[in-house]
Design a protein around this ligand. Sequence first.
Ligand code: F0G
Length: 462
Amino acid sequence: MSPQPTAAPDAQHKNFRFRCIGCGDLSDAAGQDFRCQRCSDLLEIVYPASKDSPTAAVHLKSTWRERRLSDRSLDRSGVWRFREMLPSLAGDEQVITLSEGNTPLYELPRCARITGVPKLFAKHQGINPTGSFKDAGMTVAATFAHRAGFAWVACASTGNTSASMAAYAARGGMRSLVLVPEGKISWSKLSQALDYGAVTCQLRTDFDGCLQLLQKLVCHAPVYQLNSINPFRLEGQKTLAIELLEQLDWQPPDHLIVPGGNLGNSSAIGKALLEMRDLGLISRLPKLSVIQAEGANALVRTLRESHGKKLVSLQAETRATAIRIGNPASWKKAVHVIEASGGACEQVSEIEIARAKAEIGAEGIGCEPASAVTLAGLKKLVAQQFVRPDESVVLILTGNLLKDPDYTIEFHKGELFPDESDATSKDSLRLEDSLNVLRRPPVILDATLDAVIGTLEQVEKS
Ligand code: F0G
């Protein structure tokens, strides 16, 4: 493992500092574990308070728009295009980029009818180079790792971080080490890490166990950690919200809804919203709500049982494996942004996730199960009247449909919930019926005209 870097990436270019989210201590450099030297809490990146006038916000908006016509790789990235809100690079320094970001904002007319919220949109982060929102953070963190001279980067992952990290490490000429829970991530994500050349360790533990081990590893070996504990990751992920607001002509939606796992993404989006407001780019904050799977509901319980003061961690279980996390690292940051924006935190069941995923698929968009918690959560927030029908809502879809094909196929074949067919209660039967309407299992036929026409006629009748 060489060469050994001389220092962790730090604030050499000084448009930013690290601040501890616990004690507020400010520093110019961060240790390998990205934790406060004094109180061990997580660090965040902060910028000097802006003395800019409202015209500066107008200028920023037009600069960012003009860059869309540029051919520079820095400008073609939907992350670095917004570099005034990111840690600064030295002059024309090379960035490790795969033209990430630039993701579409879709209308969801069918889901709008289902939820009774006509102004419903999805920002699809699954349309990124490696198929998830992780790429937006990885381009920034990998660039800073490279700049600091690290030969190795590492992460613990439920699959998407590892896929993204392995790709960006390869592009930047670094080696990568992946720690994933054995048997608990989709093959599709695992195959990406392998293809991009990562050293991949499937550990006999869960994601939380992998992350714990990584935290120890980075204190003993010259590897640079690229989990969302790394605040450079969150700076990159902020650009999702900046790009979204640009797509909405800087008119904030009433609600943003995001899935919650390790809680880095919700923290990053919330940080972006607060910074955009402080810079005068937007005049009000959308409510940022976080949705978790019932079996991985650490933040829901933390807010309900300790009013956000003390983490309630748990043994997580859900088929939405991307968010199968019971001890989320960025929980404090997430509590802060939910409270600052007036958002909510809800949980949804496995059946609600599966149904929502099929409904998003039926829009011709598709997403992975973890992303579908947003639509399932919206239904709950509408039922609670937290979201009103006349309000605008943007769902953040975090991962591509192709990330977890086994889940989709099992759902359509009726094999996702093996116990479901035994269900006898009225509620269970109603749920099963509602899922059956969405199922489109493949049919195996003889290769004859009659067989295919017969199938068409059957579907028409049903
Ligand atoms: N959606 C998808 C598709 C994810 O992969 C993740 C997290 C989340 C949502 C939750 O985001 O952790 O920032 O709250 N995936 C991580 C990984 C943990 O290792 O790929 P979060």
